[in-house]
Structure formats: structure tokens, C-alpha cells
Ligand binder design. Structure first.
Ligand SMILES: [Mn+2]
Length: 305
């Protein structure tokens, strides 16, 4: 059993954790992120501002979890089995840890504890449900569940979570191979340098967290979500050419495990099941980046459950 198998046993502490202990864990994660965001090389990945460069050979990618602790437990089991035997590997979570599911607190807390256990092996990207102040998604029922569970302490805990949301990285990449993001590609196809600074540019941040690919347009159009845009195949082709990628993995849209857009250049993974989406399957991706030459390889390594 790897560290993940052992970690699973520790999760029972969440059943009765005190507000004080929650705040302590969140504070140490905030301190970690405050240091990391200035620029830090962890060996298996390095971070500068909003952008993470993955250097590990083994890589797993996990999509939206949205408060579904059952799916998260299943995913940890799969990662344990497929990834963390003896090799050094990184797992990238694509964001949207909370809202919609009844176990939002337990879900995001489990992932934060996982991150703090082996910081260089876990990357937590930001989703649109880890929002900036000016762009709160609907539903945002996370505060409601905190109130139910922590009574008067909920506000302090929520504020601490909110501080953390502002510090999470916005995108990750494997050099000359893959780009990873929650929503999608901004339609003006920024450089990686510009993306690293996106948290200071509200429009760019919005597009990274909210955009969706569409096969019905070539360029782009406004999104029915009320935030972000739909981006067409020309945006994808231009972005991957200018940054030398073979394709993109993102999440954000519910689907039966996974779906493809733009002739297979964009893979969507959705990693939770059940209410309120009614999808039958969820999926993650587990790859060896040395073997990754095209998106066919990535698509072959989607793990459906
Ligand atoms: Mn989303």
C-alpha cells in the first residue's frame, strides 16, 4: 500500500473535526500557497504565479468533484492502484471541489489534507466554484453547508477558504505536450507568460475558469452560462501551435465520464457521479508523459468508473 492507501484511513478525523482544527489546517495551507505563488520548484512540479509546470513523468488528471466524497474515495483508490506504486507521480485536480454535492466541506478538506501530506505530488487548480469576489457562481451552497455544520464559526472558516481560493494556481502544463485548465482557452490565445499573471487580469481569469469548447463555431461566441465564452477549433489550434502543445485536458462540463471536442484536441474529464447531474460514469486520466506524443495516447488512458 502506498501513502495514498494509508492516507485514506486518516480521513475519518473529518467526521468530528473541530472549527479550531479546521482553521489550523487551512492556515497552514494558506501559508504554503503564499510562499509557493512567488515562485517555487518542488522537483516534481514548479510554480510561478498562477501557472504550474509539471515535471513528473507519471501524471494523473482529475476533473470536477463538486462535493461528491464517494467519487473522491474511489479516485484515491484508483490513484493508489495505478500511480503511486513506487514511482514519483503528480496528480492534478482541475478544480470545482465544492457546491452541488452535500459533502462539499469533507471533499475539499480531504483534498487539502492530501495536498499537505505530500505537497509535491498534488496540484490543486482553481475552478469557477473557487471564485473571485466579483464572479460568484450559482449555486454556491458551500457557505450554507458550513453554517449547518459549524454554526457560529462558519464565517471565519468560509473566509479562510475564500483566501485560499484566491491563491490556487489557474493552469498547469507539461512542456511541449499538454495544457491543463478548469474551463478553457481564452479566445485571444495568451502566451504562458501572460497566463501566469492572469489573476491580475479579471477578464482572462474569467475565461480560464468559465470557457467551454464548442464544435459549432470556429472562432468564439458569448456563453449561455452568463460568464466566459465558447471557444471554437481555431482558438484551440492557434493556442496549441503557439505554445507547442499536442492538446488540452479540461473539466467544467458534466458528461458521461469524458467527451472530446475539436477533432480530439480537447478532452473533457468529469470525475463525479450522481445527483444533480445523472451522469452514469465518471473518469480520470493516468498517463506517462514520456509516452505522450498525441491526444490518441491520452484518450486511450482515460480511466472510466
Ligand atoms: Mn466548473
Amino acid at each position: 500500500m502506498s501513502w495514498l492507501g494509508n492516507f485514506k484511513k486518516k480521513l475519518h478525523v473529518l467526521q468530528s473535526i473541530s472549527p479550531k482544527d479546521v482553521l489550523e489546517i487551512l492556515k497552514s495551507f494558506e501559508d504554503f500557497l503564499l510562499k509557493e505563488i512567488k515562485g517555487k520548484d518542488h522537483g516534481l512540479y514548479e510554480r510561478f504565479k498562477g501557472l504550474v509546470k509539471i515535471k513528473a513523468t507519471k501524471l494523473a488528471v482529475v476533473g470536477d468533484i463538486h462535493g461528491d466524497l464517494g467519487s473522491l474515495r474511489e479516485i484515491i483508490g484508483k490513484l493508489d492502484e495505478k500511480l503511486y506504486g513506487s514511482e514519483e507521480a503528480v496528480t492534478v485536480f482541475l478544480g470545482d471541489y465544492i457546491d452541488r454535492g452535500v459533502e462539499s466541506f469533507e471533499t475539499i478538506m480531504s483534498i487539502i489534507m492530501l495536498k499537505l501530506e505530500e505537497p509535491e505530488k498534488i496540484v490543486m487548480l482553481r475552478g469557477n466554484h473557487e471564485p473571485p469576489e466579483n464572479l460568484i457562481p450559482y449555486p454556491h451552497d458551500f457557505p450554507f453547508f458550513l453554517k449547518m455544520r459549524f454554526k457560529d464559526s462558519w464565517k471565519k472558516i468560509y473566509e479562510q477558504f475564500f483566501n485560499i481560493f484566491q491563491l490556487l494556481p489557474l493552469a498547469a502544463y507539461v512542456e511541449s505536450k499538454l495544457f491543463l485548465v478548469h474551463g478553457g482557452i481564452p479566445v485571444n490565445t495568451p502566451s504562458l507568460k501572460e497566463l501566469a499573471l492572469a489573476s491580475e487580469k479579471p477578464k482572462l481569469l474569467e475565461e480560464l475558469l468559465w470557457n467551454d469548447p464548442s464544435d459549432f463555431i470556429d472562432e468564439w461566441m458569448p456563453s449561455l452560462r452568463g460568464a466566459g465564452k465558447l471557444f471554437g477549433i481555431n482558438v484551440t489550434k492557434k493556442f496549441i501551435k503557439q505554445n507547442n502543445f499536442v492538446g488540452i485536458i479540461r473539466s467544467h462540463e458534466p458528461c458521461d465520464g469524458f467527451k472530446l471536442n475539436h477533432n480530439g484536441l480537447v478532452l473533457t474529464v468529469f470525475s463525479r457521479k450522481g445527483y444533480p447531474y445523472f451522469n452514469r460514469y465518471a473518469s480520470i486520466v493516468v498517463i506517462n508523459t514520456n509516452e505522450l506524443k498525441n491526444m490518441q495516447y491520452v484518450i486511450k488512458h482515460v480511466v472510466v468508473f
